[in-house]
Design a protein around this ligand. Structure first.
Ligand code: AMP
Length: 209
């Protein structure tokens, strides 16, 4: 499966990707996770990206396109990949198409996980993540990861002001990709405002899995 997960921040892309990875072992390419790892490691990329991320703005296209293009060269992606959080702008979508056509690996689907913005503000401000295994939970999980016992933390950009900016950025820069992928006949829309397992059943059906 060569797929793109589309949807606002907090729609559940990471949660659905994690389920697909667990069941099918397909490489999960999350640009947000890659950037957070670069910030944590203090690399040049991380230093460049941090201020954009803290403000909820997009990291410049050339930086992100380079990162994903490089990742797609790695052999583990030859049998499929799940792109999560990329593309987020029209130039990124065009660059992805060009790269995939060069590699002879066209997209099978762009899955839009659709959730109302006000639901998202509540979801993201109460979201917590595990530093050790990446589990995505909520503040109700407490300080310890229910999966691996690691430390649960709140992402720097999950405060309300930044979340609202991220939603504005999504509306302006990323939502035009919905029409883009509809035009390519790749778009599948899934109601993301339901239990994650119910959403996942629809994701698998949409992908004929
Ligand atoms: P995410 O984890 O997908 O919500 O991404 C967290 C942050 O990383 C975003 O708010 C952006 O600052 C940055 N980011 C992630 N993916 C991209 C992308 N495709 N283009 C530009 N910035 C990105």
């Amino acid at each position: 499966m060569n797929i793109v997960l589309l949807g606002a921040p907090g729609a559940g892309k990471g949660t659905q990707a994690a389920k697909l990875v667990e069941e099918f072992n397909t490489p999960h390419i999350s640009t947000g996770d890659m950037l957070r790892a670069a910030v944590a490691a203090g690399t040049e990329l991380g230093l460049k990206a941090k201020s954009y991320m803290d403000a909820g703005d997009l990291v410049p296209d050339d930086v992100i396109i380079g990162l994903v293009t490089e990742r797609l060269q790695e052999p583990d992606t030859a049998n499929g990949f799940i792109l999560d959080g990329f593309p987020r702008t029209s130039p990124q979508a065009v660059a992805l198409d060009a790269e995939l056509s060069k590699l002879g690996r066209p997209l099978d689907a762009a899955l839009l996980i659709d959730v109302d913005p006000e639901v998202i503000v509540n979801r993201l401000t109460s979201r917590r993540m595990c530093r050790a295994c990446g589990y995505i939970g909520t503040e109700a999980d407490g300080p310890t990861c229910p999966k691996c016992g690691g430390e649960m933390y709140q992402r720097d950009d999950d405060n309300e002001a930044t979340v609202r900016n991220r939603l504005d950025v999504y509306e302006k820069s990323t939502s035009p990709l919905i029409d883009y992928y509809r035009g390519c006949e790749l778009l599948v829309t899934i109601d993301g405002d339901r239990d994650p397992n119910v959403v996942y059943a629809d994701v698998k059906e949409a992908l004929n899995l």
